[in-house]
Ligand binder design. Structure first.
Ligand code: SDX
Length: 389
């Protein structure tokens, strides 16, 4: 037909694959990494242990976690010329764009770990990515505020090292520092994987052409940056700031959402048609950190009121729109001193183990072949070039 028929939902629901990494039951709000419920891991585990579980498939035997952690400490540095490359990038660039560029060059700096056909090289790249992404992220941030980079300190743990490289002496210490450290660790853990989300599907598609792991992960960073995906945690805070600064009543704001003038960022999900189990964990964490009588956090209070108003409104409940992983993360990251353009970088640090696990799983999948979606052609029927027909 020549008329444009209504297109099907595009890639929305077509891609699929088998995986042993993460199980989601969107109707019941269930999330398990390698069979372990997210609630168990949130209470009993740590980001590095969960990263190990997601990547290697089992919880580490005693001693293996320390070995893994030590390897990451030993590999946290980046080459001087790579540091200079990062420092030469435009300071006003979005940290996600700069991080994707930096990750994409890792194959050039570490060409002894870029061959997908060599398992030892894939393992070496796994360690280098896990070890160096926090260093790259912190350097991009320091550069953006015109401050000198801080080299990783091999005596510190993963999260402590990242917060020190990011905030330097300004990082909160004492009890508050301890609480923030635990909060960052839990937030990274809660983001570790999420089956075939947009950015993980991107890593698989790029990796399916035998592109190296660094190029595939850099592509995942780019996909995650969009406000419909990981960029939503930044968009939620911008939405809350706009509501507060404009003084608009919540009911009036929700009217604008229902009139489709704006989206309620941090709400809705392709798979969860119930509460996102991660959002409940993050809301509890935000309450622990922000809901202090002496100094209530106004944006957290506003987020709680906005959530309550939406959950009472049939427009949202009929469409099964609930808070997702991004709704409360931003208020916590902001309270810790991260600027909003770093929130999605933190999402990427958490999601890295999942991206790596899916890239590796695909390499060993007997059904592994290049991704090549098909389309429904709805364009012009054949027509001849003037004078040719
Ligand atoms: C993440 O996939 C993953 O797992 C992602 C993630 C992960 O861990 O990797 O969980 C992380 O990306 C979470 C989502 C972060 N994005 C946002 O918070 C942005 C706001 N949310 C929406 O843009 C939307 O809900 C999506 C993108 C998350 C999901 O989009 P869908 O599945 O395509 O939903 P849809 O557009 O089909 O919506 C169904 C209905 C529509 O109404 P009708 O046209 O049928 O009347 O719900 C409406 C939509 O208009 N709707 C919203 C809405 N989300 C959907 N209306 C207002 N505000 C919203 N946020």
């Amino acid at each position: 037909s020549t008329g444009m028929t209504t297109l099907d939902p595009g890639f929305g629901n077509t891609a699929s694959c088998s995986s042993k990494i993460t199980y989601i039951d969107g109707g019941a709000g269930v999330l398990r990494y390698r069979g372990y419920p997210i609630q168990d891991l949130a209470v009993g585990s740590s980001f590095l242990e969960v990263a190990y579980l997601v990547i290697y498939g089992e919880l580490p035997e005693p001693g293996r976690l320390k070995e893994f952690s030590d390897k990451l400490r030993e590999n946290a540095d980046i080459p001087e010329d790579m540091g200079a490359f990062i420092d030469a990038m435009p300071r006003n660039g979005h940290p996600m764009a700069l991080m994707a560029s930096a990750v994409n060059t890792l194959a050039a700096y570490y060409d002894d770990s870029a061959d997908p056909a060599d398992e030892n090289q894939v393992e070496l790249a796994t360690i280098r990515l896990m070890a160096k992404l926090p260093t790259i992220a912190a350097r991009i941030y320091r550069n953006s505020i015109g401050e000198e980079p801080i080299a990783p300190d091999p005596s510190l743990g993963y999260v402590e090292n990242f917060t020190r490289m990011t905030f330097g002496e300004r990082r909160p210490d004492g009890e508050l520092g301890e609480l923030f450290g635990k909060a960052v660790d839990l937030l990274l853990l809660l983001h570790a994987d999420h089956e075939l989300n947009c950015s993980t599907a991107t890593v698989r598609v790029v990796g399916s052409s035998q592109a190296d792991i660094y190029a595939s992960i850099a592509s995942g960073v780019n996909a995650l940056s969009g406000p419909s995906h990981g960029g939503a945690n930044q968009a939620v805070l911008e939405m809350l700031d706009e509501i507060r600064d404009s003084g608009v009543e919540l009911e009036d704001f929700l009217e604008r959402v229902k009139n489709r003038e704006v989206r309620l960022m941090g709400f809705g999900h392709r798979v969860y048609k119930n509460f996102d189990p991660r959002s409940k964990q993050i809301k509890n964490l935000a309450t622990q950190i922000l809901d202090r009588d002496d100094n209530p956090d106004e944006l957290f209070e506003l987020a709680l009121r906005l959530e309550a108003a939406a959950l009472k409104d049939p427009y949202f409940t009929e469409r099964k729109l609930y808070p997702n992983v991004d709704f409360f993360t931003g208020v916590i990251y902001r309270a810790m001193g991260f600027p909003s353009n770093m929130f999605t970088v933190l999402f990427a640090l958490g999601r890295l183990p999942g991206w790596i696990a899916h890239y590796r799983e695909q390499l060993h999948d007997p059904a592994f072949r290049i991704a090549r979606p098909r389309q429904h052609y709805v364009g012009s029927p054949e027509r001849r070039y003037p004078g040719q027909g």
